[in-house]
Design a protein around this ligand. Sequence first.
Ligand code: GLY
Length: 304
Amino acid sequence: MSWSVISTWKMSLEGNRKAGRILESHGTAGDAVLLGVQDVEDNPAFHSVGYSGLPDAGGHVTLDAGYMDGDTLEFGAVGCLEGYRSPAAIARSLIHYPYNNFLVGEGAAAYAENHGFEKRDNLTKDSAERYLRERNLNQTHSSYKGHDTVCFLARDEKGTIVSCTSTSGLYLKEHGRVGDTPLPGCGYYADSTIGAAAATGVGEEIMKGALSRAVVDLMAQGMHVQEAADKALADLKERLGENIRPISLIAMDKDGNTGVSTTLAFPFCVAKEGGDTELYLAEPSETGITSIRKIEDPSELSMD
Ligand code: GLY
């Protein structure tokens, strides 16, 4: 069986390479996705995830993350978590409990403290300055200022598929708001017998369609992974109308084949057994089949 890994946005390029190296050296899909997500969580240059993430309306960087193991369907998630380094690692640690798999706010922070997770103030000088500059402007809430949630899907050589997501969520969101990213079925889903999907974009739209589960359901009916991604998004567009706010999604079938669909230009990264990480740009097309082209020079894309 062969491995593969797909991830959202150009910001995941280096993390995708790291994930690919883990899988190439016979590591697990779980370790691969976590390392990939953490590469983005730790990079202060990316303002929609982890360190230096976008503050909420009260100036707090509150983080959401989810993790799902496709062999067991176990998941772990944290929402509105403040003050810790890797919400994705904390989410992953929650998967084996019979209950209490999804923790939010102070309860999530207390769990992280009690289990020795690394503390970190994710509000950097950069993100604080941006918050002070923009909080009084008439902002249209948008999770898309070039990029949004980091999502990784990976299949390892044993056939295990895992999904992992992490974000600081909607820019200037209300304190306490939790989006799609930690919600299984919405921001991510994984079933090693069928495949996996994960979404980025406006969480309120993604949640309306339980979009990641919708993609997996279509694959379960026998649809090809690319067709399933396009159909799930087309169905939601039809239901919500043409004014649907931005959404992009990535998908993987049980054999590691990948697909994407999007309402706007969307960079993503893929690595497969025997090859290096490649950067692609997906764009919606009139035909309803997502147009995908390989980007040879990452500097060609201005957005992360
Ligand atoms: N998709 C990220 C969010 O809406 O929070």
